[in-house]
Design a protein around this ligand. Sequence first.
Ligand SMILES: [Ca+2]
Length: 112
Amino acid sequence: MKVRLFVSTVLALGLMVTALATPKHLATFLKTYPSVKNNAVGKAKCAVCHVKGKELNVYGKDLQKVLQEKKTKDLTAEILKSVEKLDSDKDGASNGDEIKAGTLPGDPKSKP
Ligand SMILES: [Ca+2]
């Protein structure tokens, strides 16, 4: 009985770790921009919007503004597209152009 409980606990923890590694927002981002999968943007994963942990970079903050305006926590393709014309990191390239080019919209050192 104890072994069974241990195995279920390990499985449950494993599922939780997997869930954290692919959060909902990242899944929405990748679904909206499938072309980034194998470039720097896709590899950055959470770092597309976050500095570390939950802290947001400038691109993440622009998205957060829209989420707050819409009074929602659910990131959608529509919300992602609404900040494409902005240049969050002020490197001269719009967020949309950066994502298309495979550079990070929240990092001025990464530009097309
Ligand atoms: Ca930019």
